[in-house]
Design a protein around this ligand. Structure first.
Ligand SMILES: Nc1ncnc2c1ncn2[C@@H]1O[C@H](COP(=O)(O)OS(=O)(=O)O)[C@@H](OP(=O)(O)O)[C@H]1O
Length: 546
């Protein structure tokens, strides 16, 4: 059919001549046709035209078609450099594939396009091209093929050696990144609000319930993200969520959780399976926006210890990039595989630390072994807090979801007044020595940092100094970053340069606790004492809970 183009042109060109000089024209036409037929028979013209496939196409398209055929693999892998490179060399195909480039069109427009591996230019990187890439304004999908709105951009991409995805990603991210407001912080309606946490100095376990109207939390511009704004990093931070054991929608940010693609996360903070499921090598963990790495440090516990505060404070550091939501990989989602896990991580540059926090890891039997198998070098951070206060905090969270919950005392003691019920998770989690013992089967003590949860509240900068040392980070986070918010009754992050928008954690962090009978508290305190002592011994740290 390639020959058909030429035949048609010749034929129509001679129709007029036929009318004017019938005999001469007929003769000339016959001579020409004979010559042409002979020429084709010798193979001099059909090689190129014949190989061009079916349908009328311009030269550039033929070149592209050639490239397509020769480089098209059964898995729809396309050597884009040769396709587009050839096209660039041809005027007519520059930025516009038309006609019968169906293979290319199909591969780009199909739902599975993201699994196609595209090797592009001298960058020779592997990138998954996704639907969002296809909806990028630089691409136009046409019935007859696809075209680039901005061919010079393509030319620049090809000549600069960067990948197509590198070119596409900035516009994707600009459209979809979360705003600074979508963080784990909420607004304080009035910082001078006189609602305070009622904490009896002599009895840190007693909290008044009358603070129930404390909806006084800060939303602000993202101080913690500030250092990242100038960096060419797509803000892939997933927004922080509340503890996921008992979903807490009172943390308004959960409902705002969106990833870079604009997909909402589940309200309870667990992750959807990133779709499509990554097959090894199919989705890039590496591009010029950084690399998706396994976390080098994990906040593994403890639930209600102050893990969210720690993570949010750490995110102030420009060399820390942390997953906002709790992935629960090493306890609940392990069967999804390590690549799934890694793909959740934010991209980091050389020198930056990837982190996540899932407090339930600390009490998960299998977690130490699993983390060890990922990397025995993983640094492990445990935020611990008086186990009695922690148990009440845990109970308070459950109570906020289930108002009909039995009293704390009824749950803490067998038959209400009998022995402590260690089968209740709120009690069991606080036996830190027992859980640590399991971890020490896999990791040496030097791999751990135990953050004092009480001190994280009373001296956040001091505790953050320890954390930064442990992580080998420059001491960037100092007391200049914190102020004590009277309304919230907790330290919050300042906005740089004295801006009026500080950041506090959400309203589910720092909740008022119900009043618990002193005898119950004492009983619990006694129960925990030997375990606490053991824990001090094991860690070489006295947390002063007794
Ligand atoms: N700066 C600051 N702001 C607010 N809250 C703070 C802060 N620092 C520590 N805390 C304490 O953190 C407790 C919640 O712990 P977690 O974040 O580990 O909870 S969770 O396991 O993720 O649900 C939370 O427990 P409750 O007071 O019971 O709500 C707080 O006491």
């Amino acid at each position: 059919m390639g020959c058909g183009i030429l035949t048609l042109r010749i034929g129509s060109g001679h129709l007029g001549a036929l009318r004017a000089q019938p005999k001469v024209s007929l003769l000339l036409t016959m001579i020409f046709l004979f010559t042409y037929f002979f020429y084709c028979l010798t193979g001099s013209c059909c090689d190129s035209l014949g190989s061009a496939g079916s349908g009328p196409m311009g030269t550039g398209v033929l070149v592209a078609q050639d490239s397509l055929r020769s480089d098209f693999t059964p898995s729809n892998s396309l050597l884009f450099d040769s396709i587009l490179g050839n096209s660039l060399r041809s005027d007519s195909a520059l930025g516009s594939f038309q006609g019968s480039d169906s293979a290319l069109r199909d591969s780009l427009s199909s739902g599975s396009a993201s699994s196609h591996s595209l090797r592009f230019g001298s960058a020779s990187r592997e990138s998954g091209i996704s639907d969002s890439a296809l909806s990028n304004p630089e691409f136009v999908l046409k019935d007859s093929g696809f075209a680039l709105r901005d061919p010079p951009a393509l030319r620049r991409a090809l000549t600069s050696g960067s990948s197509l995805m590198d070119r596409l990603r900035p516009s994707i991210s600009q459209e979809n990144v979360g705003t600074a407001e979508e963080n784990t912080v909420e607004p304080v309606s009035d910082p001078k609000d006189s609602l305070h946490r009622q904490e009896t100095p002599n009895d840190p376990l007693s909290f008044a319930m009358k603070d129930s109207v404390r909806s006084d939390f800060l939303r602000s511009d993202s101080h913690t993200r500030e250092p990242l704004r100038s960096a060419p990093v797509a803000r892939t931070h997933l927004l922080a969520t509340e503890d996921t054991h008992i979903p807490d929608s009172s943390d308004s940010l959960e409902s705002h959780n969106k990833d870079i693609t604009g997909h909402s996360w589940a309200q309870n903070g667990t992750f959807p399976n990133p779709s499509p499921a990554p097959s090894p090598g199919a989705i890039s963990t590496y591009n010029s926006f950084g690399t998706k790495r396994f976390p080098q440090a994990i906040i593994v516990g403890v639930k209600k210890g102050g893990t969210r505060a720690l993570l949010e404070f750490l995110r102030v550091h420009p060399d820390v990039r942390a997953l906002g939501a709790e992935p629960h990989f090493f306890d609940r989602c392990y069967d999804k595989g390590l690549e799934w896990y890694r793909n959740l991580m934010p991209r980091t540059f050389e020198g930056q630390i990837t982190m996540e926090k899932t407090p339930s890891y600390f009490v998960t039997m299998e977690a130490p072994k699993r983390i060890y198998n990922m990397s025995s070098d993983t640094k492990l951070i445990v935020v611990v807090r008086n186990p009695v206060t922690r148990a009440i905090s845990d109970y308070t969270q459950t109570l906020s979801k289930t108002p009909s919950l039995p009293s704390f005392q009824a749950l803490a003691f067998k038959n209400t007044t009998g022995p402590i019920d260690t089968s209740w998770s709120a009690i069991r989690i606080g036996i830190y020595a027992k859980h640590l013992d399991n971890w020490l089967q896999y990791f040496p003590l030097s791999r751990f940092l135990f953050v004092n949860g009480e001190r994280l509240v009373s001296d956040p900068a001091g505790e953050m100094g320890r954390v930064q040392n442990f992580l080998g980070l420059k001491r960037v986070i100092t007391d200049k970053h914190f102020y004590f918010n009277e309304t919230k009754g907790f330290p919050c992050l300042k906005k740089p340069e004295g801006s009026s928008k500080p950041r506090c954690l959400g309203k589910s962090k720092g909740r008022p606790h119900p009043n618990i009978d002193t005898s119950v508290l004492q009983h619990l305190q006694e129960f925990y004492r030997p375990y606490n002592q053991k824990f001090y011994q094991m860690t070489g740290q006295n947390f002063g809970w007794d």
